[in-house]
Design a protein around this ligand. Structure first.
Ligand code: ADP
Length: 468
């Protein structure tokens, strides 16, 4: 077959470029822990912003009442209502709505965006009838907002920058909670924005509610981010400000992590250069749902340009983001003998009639890209564990006693997001690499727990914990 060898060369080069032996992962682990330290030491000290959340305490399980959450993610927005009966087992998620964010909103104006959100909340409440809320009592709402925010309190903060393809520039620097509250008031809605939380903080809250050993939360959805519980005395950049309690949840904004140890290919470089936020969110662009599909597309595009094994050139294949990560997982996990799912998806991209051998090659490309993502994600998590001394090494924070170092505590990492929840191979690669990095013994103490809808449910729990 013509130029089959060229394509095999491209694959080989990709495999080498994406290689993540455990030694390299350990370098990423170390870099993550070092950057965390630097980001906590001074403002602007690292690409990791290590943002204060003003969340000092997480829900205990004894909260009561009815609360609402609105979550603006990268691809979806969700609205839900939870009822809490005062014990963990009485957590009742009564109503959940999940819709794609209309794409025109992503580069509209803040007024259009927040009017839309307020309108959606209004419809949600209308469906309730009168049963759920006694007259005269304001509905308490958590606003889960999956973008970087500089907080001034648990219920206020300004947008630092957009990510994940959003581009409403006049919103940068505005108070996000206030924008929503104003839009709610304008519609005459009896709702109070009680907290503004990052989605990772919601996931941590739900994790902690169920299991107080939960100290880290990670999201792998359209984007990727992590938060964890830090000792306030380790947040050096804010000493004095944080004297009230022993700890605070820190939103790492780890999507922006960068290290020269990350295995970067020409596809990553091009993807970044052509994105709406070049030179930004380098880690996110290698590990999250918005981008994996496009990395795979770029590899296939190059293969199709340098050989004729994909038939006549397809203009769709040159279209950025034409291949979604959902399709990557569908191809990767295609277990039909003829790889019919792969054939169907390629056909949708304008590439039809590819022989089985080529379909197998495409599956391999998906595997290489997703394996790298899963393994780097694991290195990120291990980096956090290292920072807080839960990786078996004692961490890099000084001042811990020897006994503390040697005694390994059970540590739960709460995880959420469409990529993690739905893409089995990503999840497996991640979990396998985590054991590889930590070693069998320490891994026994590290539990990774899926928290479905944790970002919204957990934020509602946080509101509840503030009321009680
Ligand atoms: P958001 O990021 O908007 O908060 P989610 O956490 O649900 O929403 O993540 C949605 C993203 O997860 C999608 O954009 C996609 O990248 C990824 N995803 C969802 N389903 C799958 C799937 N079956 N396979 C791979 N990735 C998926």
């Amino acid at each position: 077959r013509r130029k089959w060898r060229t394509v095999v060369e491209i694959l080989k080069e990709l495999e080498e470029g994406c290689d993540t032996p455990v030694g390299r992962l350990r370098q990423v682990v170390d870099a993550m822990a070092v950057e965390m330290h630097a980001g906590l030491a001074s403002e602007g000290g690292s690409k990791l912003k290590m943002l204060l959340t003003f969340v000092h305490e997480l829900p205990k399980g004894t909260e009561k009442g009815t609360y609402y959450a609105l979550h603006l993610g990268g691809t979806y927005f969700r609205i839900l209502r939870v009822h809490l009966g005062g014990e963990r087992s009485y957590l009742d998620v009564q109503d959940v709505e999940r819709h794609p964010i209309p794409s025109h909103l992503m580069n509209s104006t803040s007024e259009v965006l927040f009017n839309f959100l307020a309108f959606s909340l209004e419809r949600f409440i209308e469906k309730e009838g009168n049963g759920s809320n006694s007259q005269g009592v304001k509905r308490e709402l958590a606003f889960t907002f999956s973008f970087p925010v500089k907080h001034s309190s648990i219920s206020s903060g300004v947008l630092i920058k957009w990510t994940k393809g959003f581009e409403i520039s006049e919103m940068v620097g505005k108070d996000i909670a206030e924008c929503l509250q104003v839009a709610l008031n304008r519609r005459g809605l009896d709702m109070h924005v009680a907290v503004l939380v990052n989605d990772t903080v919601g996931v941590l809250s739900l994790g902690y509610y169920h299991d107080p050993d939960t100290v880290v939360a990670v999201v792998f959805g359209t984007g990727s981010n992590a938060c964890y519980l830090e000792r306030t005395d380790a947040i050096i950049k804010s000493q004095g400000l944080l004297t009230t309690s022993g700890s605070m949840v820190v939103n790492m904004e780890w999507g922006n992590f960068w290290s020269s140890h990350l295995p970067r290919t020409s596809y990553d470089i091009d993807l970044d250069a052509e994105s709406s936020n070049p030179n930004d969110m380098g880690f996110e662009k290698m590990i999250s749902g918005m981008y994996l599909g496009d990395i795979v597309r770029r590899v296939i595009l190059r293969m199709s340009q340098e050989s004729d094994i994909f038939g006549p050139s397809s203009s769709l294949l040159s279209e950025p983001y034409a291949l979604r990560t959902n399709s990557v997982s569908a191809m990767h996990e295609d277990d039909t003998p003829e790889l019919q799912e792969v054939a169907r998806i390629l056909k949708d991209l304008g590439v039809s009639e590819v022989p089985l051998k080529v379909r197998k090659l495409v599956v391999k490309v998906c595997d290489v890209v997703t394996r790298r993502a899963g393994r780097l994600a694991a290195a990120g998590i291990a980096g956090i564990l290292k920072k807080i001394g839960r990786d078996g090494s004692g961490g890099i924070t000084s001042g811990r006693s020897r006994s503390e170092i040697q005694m390994q505590k059970r540590t739960v990492v709460a995880v959420e997001g469409g990529l993690y929840m739905n893409y089995t191979m990503f999840r497996e690669y991640m979990e396998e690499a985590l054991v590889e990095i930590l070693g069998e013994e320490v891994s026994q103490y590290v539990v990774v727990k899926a928290m479905e809808d944790g970002s919204s449910i957990g934020s509602a729990l946080l509101v509840a914990s503030l009321q009680s």
